[in-house]
Design a protein around this ligand. Sequence first.
Ligand SMILES: Nc1nc(=O)c2c([nH]1)NC[C@@H]1CN(c3ccc(C(=O)N[C@@H](CCC(=O)O)C(=O)O)cc3)C=[N+]21
Length: 304
Amino acid sequence: MPATVIDGKLQSERVAERVKTLASELNLQTGKKPGLAVVLVGDDAASQVYVGAKTRKAAECGFHSVQHTLPSDTTEDQLAELVDQLNADPTIHGILVQLPLPDGINAPRIIQSISAEKDVDGFHFLNVGMVGVGEFANAFVPCTPAGAMLLIEQIHGRDLSGLNAVVVGRSNIVGKPMANLLIAHNATVTVAHSRTKDLPGTVRQADIVVAAVGRPHLVKGDWLKPGATVIDVGINRVPAPDKGENKFRLVGDVDYAEAAQVAGAITPVPGGVGPMTISLLMANTLVSAYREAGLPKPSFSLDK
Ligand SMILES: Nc1nc(=O)c2c([nH]1)NC[C@@H]1CN(c3ccc(C(=O)N[C@@H](CCC(=O)O)C(=O)O)cc3)C=[N+]21
């Protein structure tokens, strides 16, 4: 039986609807709007697309949405100055500095200079540490792993006791926080990566596979346990000569055509984890605004 397709676009719209409702309630109660500042340095084409999508979604959710686009020759000190200004701006509850930053800018320094209370990407060491120790009440969880968890929740519920999860990839942005979230939800977690001895055999143990390595079509159908849930975090642009010269298409880290024959449930690319990332950015910003207003934290579990 072919796999259930997990509709990330639909689920992301459900999250965004809830954000929008909660933003308007905040506005009625306090006269304030959640404020999101997105900072783009340079003219990377893919980054421009993503940043535009974030700025637009924030406006759709009824936020105060600002985009700062800086030239590629911006200095690290100039960027740090902008971050300081946004840290001090009471109308801004979330700051996102789009990665990657141009060569010559110390990205870790810039990211760590964002105030932890406005770090809606969840990259500040304070947020990383809180997620690491399972202290979620005041943590911003990175948007991609948080979105992936909500999709997993649609299939397995919130308690993953007794299930084996294999995360392929150990990045600070996805793999490591993903593993922490899965552990917090009682899964038995393996983090595999390029130095893992038997990657196919390791993945075959998984009831839940999260692929986040940035290698197009790495995970094959015969790597999967039949019925497994497959969450494909990869967003790879590959040449698509069938669409014309110099045309590209997006593919995940999973060979979808093969995997869909074996998996129980699978996320597509596009239309899977990507849209969830953007909606969870809105959710984090909303939560930040509620916190600043002294209101109780809203939850974003996607009950069916
Ligand atoms: N500080 C920072 N925070 C980020 O969260 C961040 C970042 N830097 N740098 C780049 C990556 C990438 N990222 C994506 C978000 C949404 C889609 C997304 O919505 N993708 C659509 C397709 C979009 C398209 O067609 O290109 C989909 O998968 O359906 C993709 C990629 C956030 N990132």
